[in-house]
Structures are given as structure tokens and as C-alpha cells.
Design a protein around this ligand. Structure first.
Ligand code: ADP
Ligand code: ZN
Length: 752
């Protein structure tokens, strides 16, 4: 007798499909389908690859009604089943970020047409290239070690004094042991290379190449271990250069040795080659590098390679959604960084919070690190949710750089400004270059000028699709273009106003302008620029970074891209040109964010043993952010002050914010719908003392032809929080349905 089985599935769509519809298949002709199996199903008139979320939905299916049961089309061939842990994570993410499980599934498994054979072939190739890199590294290392050994042997044969002989002999013994373990490593790599399509065996370092930790690092590591053993995530608060990375690597190596895997999250990867090399050196070929810019295929390759044993994935936020197995440790480097937040599309998740959810699903240990922790994490430490460990000392013992704040208004009055540079800064740069040291200049805006204005009619040229001024960019061939930094549209630049024919003049200054002025001021210096425009070319970016760290570039000019995680030993002077544009964000997080950026930049100079200088050119020299940097206020005070303010106004982390965004091509309809949605929310029966702000137009109120209106709901963190979030979601869903306004409204939990 044929039996029909009923299942529930997750489809990669925003539709709330899972609770409403069921699917059936013939129980005799197929195996019983396990949860996690990927099946093809019809939805409306299209076919999707879905995930079985409930294998035995018999009763529930019948309750929903026979008209809501469809047959599946089949099992999706060649696709690995999804694990229960992945589904558990998706559910947590969906419920926290107020989206559907389908949206999270879609983000985790982007559609791909790659066949299984292609994937296998690519995985083998990938594995081979990793092994080859490792082979080359080991061989060159061995060569160096053997040279050192022969030098020691020569010295030993010539040595007279017994004490010298003894110490030389000991050194020789250590070298021999090292050579032995390298040879062993190499032979394992060679044997794996002879059958690259097999995989599976452990390729982790037998003896990871780790540095000896300093006393301060050792103490911090022990504190971290102890706190971790209680199951809490641990925040490691350590100044730049204190050696946090060495601590992560040690924990990672331990974890791999115990047979479990590691996820090492970084905010951005394109420019973090230095880190990649350090991790590779420490843990060997089980390193997998993954980031969202990689092609589709690469996601499959990574997922495939992850099945070959324990691994370390070094990746950006989307690496969270890889099919992790037996995850023992999660490292969240630079945890304060806002690139961890995905703005769009849903799920609008923050990798920091999501990684903690992932850790709970896998019972993994979690370490978050930063020189300038987010207030959210500091708050979590205060309330006992996270453990807190601080590492105050720099590894090379250098003192924190001196900070010099230059008041540009006062300087201008004294005729102390030459264009964008103060005379003081010019002479500091000159000194630095004369000593063959390097300079980093930060300007927050890319382009030549962030706006152009007609000098006759005063009009500022704006993007036709976005309500924002256009930036002026110079091309290499000497011509110029206007670019919209919101939608990317490019306009030809004729230099004249389209409405009155008057001459257009640039307003303000961007990185290109800084570059132009710097070239004129320091004609002998080798100058390079790294901003959103030039970094698009990854090869160029890598070259610039390498050139700067080798000392082939004297002055590097860039946007905050350059603040992220580099270690340049020759860098002595870092200066911020026009720092006010960093402070000038109308947002309650502005101070926190600027302090983080500036502190990071300051950490870039004077690494190793010498002291650096950090110069800030600003028209608001007495701003508390600068005073904190100058040391008139310490960080704990600043953080406490900021937390106090947040508490007073009921801002996060003392409340949870849900942002509401309405987008519409018609401005009046956007106004109307936003206003009606807000009134619907006001009478939606949320329980506690919520605060609702809006609707309002954000400072950029039109992007790509879409008018934007916003509202914000501040929810107290009390026991009604989850219920209140649910009310918001339901109200928005009902509103969309009743008003036939699908696709215009989005919710953003914890907006940044
Ligand atoms: P952080 O991650 O806190 O910014 P890093 O781990 O990058 O600090 O360390 C800063 C510098 O000090 C790096 O060049 C690193 O190689 C070096 N360093 C840190 N700890 C050690 C150690 N125990 N032995 C040798 N070098 C170290
Ligand atoms: Zn635009």
C-alpha cells in the first residue's frame, strides 16, 4: 500500500511559507526524507530548492488543510543536506532580526548552478594549490634552518672556550629538532600532494609555529581560558600592537589540535593579507580563506573543503553561514567594526551578535577582541554576560604615540595654513621624510571634491536619482567626471552649470585633492593613494600595501580603509586632514565611532619600539573625543560617560532599536505610507514604555530613485522585549497585506 508522507520545508523566499504550506511525497517510492534534505518544490508557478525542516508533518499538514498541500518535485541532486545546527542558527537569526527563515536560508545558500563534478574538480585544484604553497613555505624555511645549522657547526668547530661550545651545541640541538619537525611536516605534505583528490586526513600542524608569549600575553591568555571555561564569550580589550592576534592564534592551534574547527572573523579581508600569512604560518594548510566577494563556486569549494577534517576559516561576516561542523572556537577580531553589520538585504545581521548565536548552537568558545570595544560589548561585560580581559602593554613596549591637535581656524587666522595643510604639519612631515620614515594621511572623503557649486546661481549639482551632491573625480587622463557616491552613477563634467551656464567650482576636498597638494608640497616623496576608488582594484591595493610595508612608498593617503589592521614598521607619523568630517555624523553613535577610528589610526604609528606621532587637524579642538585621545580623559571614563548618556536617553545598549525603512519611488506616497505605518504601530499594543521616533526623512532621503522615510522604535530590554518585537513584525506584515504595499518596508534590528 502506498503511503503518503508529509513534510515542511524552508524555501529561499521572504514569504512566510513554512507554517502555511506542506508538501507530500509517495512514501513507497522514495526513502523517508530526513530533515535537512534538499528537495525541489513548486511555489506559485516557480521551482525552488528547499530544505526539509520537518520530516514528519502528518498531523500538522492535515490541520493546515488539504488545499495547502503540494507534491514535491524531487530530491535536489548533488546537494549536501543542511545540518540541524544550521537550521537552528537560521531560526535564531530570523527571530532576532525579524525576518523569515527563508531569507536567512537564501543568504546562507545563494543560488548556484555549479555541478557537482565541477565542484569536485575545483576542490581538488584548491587543495593542491594550498598544499603547494605549504610545500614551498616549508622548503624555504628548511633551507634557512639548514644554513643556520651549518653556520653553527662552523662556529662550533672553531670555538675554544668550553662555555661557548656548550651554548653553541645547545643551539645546534634546537636547530636539529626544528629541522626534524619541519622535515616530518614536509613529508606529510608531500604524501598528501601525491593524492590531492582524496583529502580527509588531518593537515594541521603537528607542532604549530607560534611565538613565545610575553608575560603580559601569558597572563591574559590564562585569564581568557579561565573565563571561557565557564562558557561565556570573552572580550579581550587590548591596545593595538599588544599581541592579541598571537593570543587568538594560540587558542586556534589548541582548538585544532583537539580536533575541532575554528571560525576567525575579520571585518574586511581584501587588505588583510598580512594576517592571512600569519595565520597560515601558524596553523598550516587547514586554513581556508573565505569572503563574500569570492565567487559562488568558492562558497561550494570552501564548504566542500570544510568536510575534509578540522579547519580554520578566516573570513568576513558571511562565513558565519558556511556549513560549520564541530566548531570549537570563534574569534571575532576588531569586534567594534561596523562592517560586521549587513545593511541590506535581509537578514540585516551583525556578525558579532550572530557569531555569539552560532557559538551557542555549537557550544563553541568565543573570543571578541578590540583596541576600542563597542559599547554593546562593554555593556555585556558590565552585566556579566561576557568575561572581560584587558591587555594594556604593547608587545614591543612602545609607548602610545603622542597626539597633537592642530586648530585649523586659529592657524588660518595666523596665515598658518597652506591649502589643506598647516605649516606645523608640513614641517613635521618634512622632518619625518628627512629621517626616512613614513607618513600616513587620512582624509575621510574619496574624490577630488565632495561637491561642486555654480558660482553664478549657487546651485549645487545633485544626482538625478538620489538627493545628494555629486563628487568631482579627476581621471588619469586629465578629464573629470561627477560621481554619485550613493548609486554609483557617473556624469560627464563640463565645468559649467546646466541651468545657467555659470562656472562650476569644487567645494571641499577629498583624497585626490590631498594627493595633489601633497605632491606639490613634497615633490621628492613617493606618494600613493588608497581609497574606495583605487582599492577596487585588488591587485593595485595589495601592491600599495606591500610597497608601503617594504618602504617603497613615503606617503600613503587614504580613507579609513587604511586604518584597518596593518602593521607598518616604518610608519611614524599619522595625520588626519579635516577630522571634523569624522565627527560630523548626526547620530548618537558618532562619538563612539570617531573615537574608535581615531584610536585605530593612532595605533598604526610608532609600532615596534619607537614612539609615533598622531596629528589631528580640526576646527573643533576642544571636542571630548580629541581630549580623550590626548589623554586628558581616559578610555574607561569616556566609555562610562558614553554609557551614562545612553542610559539617560534610553539608547542602546540600554534599549533595543528597531529601525523601520519605507522606500517608494513616489515621494508623496512614501510620506503617506510612513505616517500611516507609524500610527498603526502606535496603536499596536506594544506593552511597555517604548519610544517611537518618526517618521522622518534621513539626511540622504533619496537613493537610486527611491525616496526614503524612516522611523525608530526604542524597546526597553525587559521581559516584554520579545513580545514587543513580535508585535512590530505582525503589525508591519498586516499593514503590507492590507494596503497591498509589499516590498516597500524593511525592518532593521540594531541599526548602525
Ligand atoms: P594586535 O593584534 O594586538 O594589534 P599583534 O598580535 O599584531 O597585536 O602584535 C603586534 C606585533 O607584535 C606584531 O608584529 C607581532 O608579530 C608582534 N608580536 C606580538 N606578540 C609576539 C610574541 N609573543 N612574539 C613575537 N612577536 C610578537
Ligand atoms: Zn545617485
Amino acid at each position: 500500500m502506498a503511503t503518503v508522507s508529509y513534510i515542511k520545508v524552508i524555501v529561499p523566499l521572504r514569504l512566510e511559507w513554512e507554517p502555511l504550506y506542506s508538501y507530500e511525497y509517495d512514501g513507497i517510492s522514495s526513502f523517508p526524507l530526513a530533515e535537512g534534505t534538499r528537495v525541489t518544490v513548486p511555489v506559485a508557478s516557480r521551482t525552488y530548492v528547499a530544505v526539509v525542516s520537518c520530516a514528519d508533518a502528518g498531523e500538522e499538514a492535515l490541520k493546515v488543510g488539504l488545499d495547502r498541500i503540494r507534491p514535491i518535485l524531487g530530491i535536489a541532486q548533488g546537494l549536501e543536506p543542511v545540518t540541524m545546527q544550521e537550521i537552528a542558527l537560521w531560526r535564531r537569526v530570523a527571530s532576532y532580526y525579524l525576518c523569515t527563515v527563508g531569507e536567512v536560508y537564501k543568504a546562507a545558500y545563494p543560488v548556484s548552478k555549479v555541478t557537482q563534478e565541477e565542484t569536485r574538480a575545483r576542490v581538488t585544484a584548491l587543495r593542491k594549490s594550498r598544499l603547494e604553497k605549504e610545500k614551498a613555505r616549508l622548503e624555504s624555511e628548511l633551507e634557512k634552518l639548514r644554513m643556520r645549522l651549518s653556520a653553527k657547526e662552523t662556529a662550533l668547530s672553531r670555538a675554544r672556550k668550553d662555555s661557548v661550545k656548550v651554548s653553541l651545541d645547545e643551539a645546534r640541538g634546537r636547530l636539529l629538532a626544528k629541522i626534524g619537525s619541519h622535515e616530518e611536516e614536509l613529508s606529510r605534505v608531500l604524501s598528501a600532494l601525491s593524492r590531492p583528490d582524496e583529502g580527509g586526513e588531518e593537515l594541521n600542524r603537528l607542532s604549530p609555529v607560534l611565538s613565545e608569549l610575553s608575560e603580559a600575553q601569558m597572563k591574559a591568555l590564562n585569564e581568557v581560558r579561565e573565563l571561557m571555561s565557564s562558557g561565556k564569550p570573552v572580550l579581550l580589550h587590548g591596545v593595538t600592537g599588544s599581541g592579541k592576534t598571537e593570543i587568538y592564534l594560540r587558542l586556534a592551534a589548541e582548538c585544532l589540535r583537539s580536533g575541532r574547527s575554528v571560525l576567525y572573523l575579520v571585518p574586511e579581508i581584501a587588505l588583510s593579507r598580512q594576517l592571512e600569512e600569519r595565520v597560515r604560518a601558524a596553523i598550516g594548510p587547514s586554513l581556508l580563506v573565505f569572503h563574500s566577494a569570492e565567487s559562488q563556486l568558492s562558497r561550494y569549494e570552501t564548504a566542500e573543503a570544510m568536510r575534509g577534517g578540522s579547519y580554520l576559516v578566516l573570513g568576513t561576516r558571511s562565513a558565519i553561514f558556511l556549513p560549520h561542523r564541530n566548531l570549537g572556537l570563534i574569534v571575532i577580531d576588531e569586534e567594534h567594526d561596523t562592517s560586521y553589520k549587513q545593511d541590506s538585504p535581509a537578514p540585516r545581521y551583525n556578525a558579532r551578535e550572530t557569531a555569539v548565536m552560532l557559538g551557542m548552537v555549537h557550544s563553541s568558545r568565543i573570543i571578541l577582541g578590540s583596541a576600542t570595544p563597542s559599547l554593546e560589548s562593554l555593556y555585556n561585560c558590565k552585566v556579566g554576560r561576557f568575561g572581560y580581559v584587558s591587555l594594556k602593554q604593547r608587545y614591543f613596549g612602545a609607548l602610545p604615540s603622542d597626539v597633537e591637535v592642530i586648530d585649523t581656524i586659529a592657524e588660518r587666522r595666523k596665515r598658518g595654513m597652506v591649502g589643506l595643510f598647516s605649516r606645523k604639519l608640513i614641517s613635521l612631515i618634512g622632518d619625518c621624510l628627512a629621517r626616512k620614515r613614513q607618513v600616513l594621511l587620512l582624509r575621510e572623503r574619496r574624490s577630488f571634491a565632495p561637491a561642486v557649486q555654480c558660482c553664478e546661481c549657487g546651485e549645487i549639482v545633485r544626482c538625478r536619482r538620489c538627493n545628494v551632491p555629486l563628487s568631482l573625480h579627476h581621471r588619469a587622463d586629465g578629464t573629470a567626471k561627477l560621481v554619485c557616491h550613493y548609486c554609483g552613477r557617473v556624469y560627464e563634467y563640463a565645468g559649467t552649470c546646466s541651468s545657467c551656464g555659470g562656472t562650476l567650482i569644487p567645494l571641499g576636498s577629498g583624497t585626490q585633492k590631498v594627493e595633489e597638494e601633497a605632491s606639490a608640497l613634497f615633490p621628492g616623496a613617493r606618494i600613493a593613494r588608497l581609497d574606495g576608488d583605487t582599492a577596487k582594484d585588488r591587485k593595485y591595493a595589495t601592491e600599495v600595501i606591500r610597497g608601503f610595508s617594504k618602504g617603497d612608498i613615503d606617503i600613503l593617503i587614504g580613507t579609513q580603509i587604511v586604518a584597518k589592521g596593518f602593521d607598518f614598521s616604518g610608519l611614524e607619523l599619522v595625520a588626519v586632514i579635516g577630522a571634523d568630517s569624522i565627527l560630523g555624523q548626526e547620530d548618537y553613535r558618532a562619538d563612539e565611532k570617531s573615537l574608535q577610528l581615531l584610536e585605530q589610526l593612532r595605533g598604526r604609528c610608532g609600532r615596534r619600539s619607537q614612539k609615533g606621532l598622531f596629528v589631528i587637524q580640526t576646527s573643533q579642538p576642544s571636542h571630548p573625543v580629541y581630549r580623550t585621545l590626548e589623554g586628558e580623559m581616559n578610555h574607561e571614563e569616556m566609555a562610562d560617560g558614553l554609557l551614562g548618556e545612553r542610559k539617560l536617553f534610553g539608547y542602546p545598549p540600554y534599549s533595543r532599536v528597531v529601525g523601520i525603512i519605507v522606500k517608494d519611488s513616489n515621494a508623496r506616497r512614501a510620506d503617506l505610507m510612513a505616517a500611516e505605518l507609524v500610527s498603526a504601530l502606535r496603536c499596536s499594543g506594544m506593552t511597555s514604555a517604548i519610544k517611537l521616533v518618526g517618521p522622518y526623512s534621513p539626511s540622504v532621503d533619496k537613493v537610486s530613485g527611491q525616496n526614503i522615510r524612516c522611523a525608530r522604535i526604542l524597546l526597553p530590554k525587559d521581559r516584554d522585549l520579545t513580545a514587543n518585537k513580535e508585535v512590530i513584525l505582525q503589525t508591519v506584515n498586516n499593514f503590507e497585506k492590507e494596503r497591498k504595499y509589499l516590498g516597500h518596508i524593511s525592518l532593521d534590528v540594531d541599526p548602525v
